[in-house]
Write a protein that binds this ligand. Structure first.
Ligand SMILES: C[S@@+](CC[C@H](N)C(=O)[O-])C[C@H]1O[C@@H](n2cnc3c(N)ncnc32)[C@H](O)[C@@H]1O
Length: 280
């Protein structure tokens, strides 16, 4: 809990939530005021700020412009885990990959999947593992996974690819020795994604609302899961249209199970509750 001298007034909260919205489109409703105060309190103290009014004044100056990235880093919810919403990975391997692999092969290009809100990397590495597993039994052209997130802290963790052993839960036991290295000494209790898997994943910081994305056009699949819930309908509509353009005709958009495109104007065709195709 923030100390009384770090109480966040409604005025300062409105200022902060406005900046966060402008930069990330994340909507912070009034119910998020205590959460924002709690998550920023320690940071304010480390800067020597006497209170939120002081901090907001700093943010309002040109020198404070980059500070908004720190706010976003601190307020984003980065919860994720390996093979989260496992049906999506099953759908990818059984239903989507056979066709996408054949199409990429005949076009003479690599197969490309983007994890567009990758958090600490469990999603893109699960995708890389799913692709590597597919390639063990079926033809697959060269492939690459792209991973991005607005949070620089998450991007760094994603690049590192080190995870607490207790949190590495995989669909089958043989995946662990195949794709992870066990930590020893100071890294006891942790696993690291093997270098060859890490090399197949390109990790960049990216805001879903920036002008251009650091990923190629004509993507085969975009996983954009459990992030749209933070955006309002206008932002979701804009995002879904951008993702449509980023996909190859016949490419797929996968969203979180708790998310939906209902009520949004879009050009996708739904093939499963949270899987959509850009018609060819
Ligand atoms: C709950 S995690 C989802 C992780 C993963 N996709 C999954 O489903 O397990 C949401 C992520 O979205 C990121 N995020 C929020 N707003 C974003 C934006 N405007 N652009 C890019 N990433 C964003 C957050 O930093 C956070 O890491």
């Amino acid at each position: 809990m923030p100390s009384p001298d770090l109480a966040l007034s409604t005025r300062d909260f409105d200022f902060l939530s406005g900046l966060v919205y402008d930069r990330s489109r994340i909507c912070l409703g009034p119910e998020k005021q205590p959460l924002v105060a709690g998550r920023l309190a320690r940071h304010l103290r480390s800067l020597g700020c006497v209170g939120f009014a002081d901090y907001c004044a700093r943010l309002a100056t040109p020198a404070g412009r980059n500070e908004i990235d720190v706010v976003i880093d601190l307020i984003t919810t980065n919860h994720t885990h390996f093979f989260r919403e496992r049906e999506h990975f099953e759908c990818l391997s059984r239903q989507l990959l056979p066709t996408l692999a054949a199409r990429a092969s005949s076009a003479g290009r690599p197969l490309r999947i983007w994890s567009a809100a990758a958090a600490s990397g469990e999603e893109p590495y699960s995708l890389a593992i799913a692709l590597a597993e597919f390639a063990r039994s079926q033809p697959l052209p060269d492939w690459r996974v792209y991973a991005s997130d607005i949070s620089r802290r998450m991007v760094d963790r994603c690049r590192l690819g080190i995870y607490e052993a207790a949190k590495v839960e995989l669909p089958s036991a043989d995946l662990l020795p195949r794709y992870f290295r066990r930590g020893f000494g100071p890294r006891e209790g942790y696993y690291r994604i093997k270098p060859e898997v890490r090399r197949s994943v390109t990790v960049e910081a990216a805001n879903l609302f920036q002008k251009t994305y650091p990923v190629p056009a004509n993507l085969d699949v975009v996983f954009c899961r459990n992030v749209m819930i933070y955006f309002d309908a206008a932002s979701r509509t804009q995002l879904v249209s951008r993702l449509f353009e980023q996909l190859a005709p016949g490419g797929y958009l996968v969203i979180g199970h708790a998310e939906s495109l209902l009520g949004l104007q879009h050009r996708f065709r739904q093939i499963r509750p949270s899987v959509f195709i850009r018609p060819a």
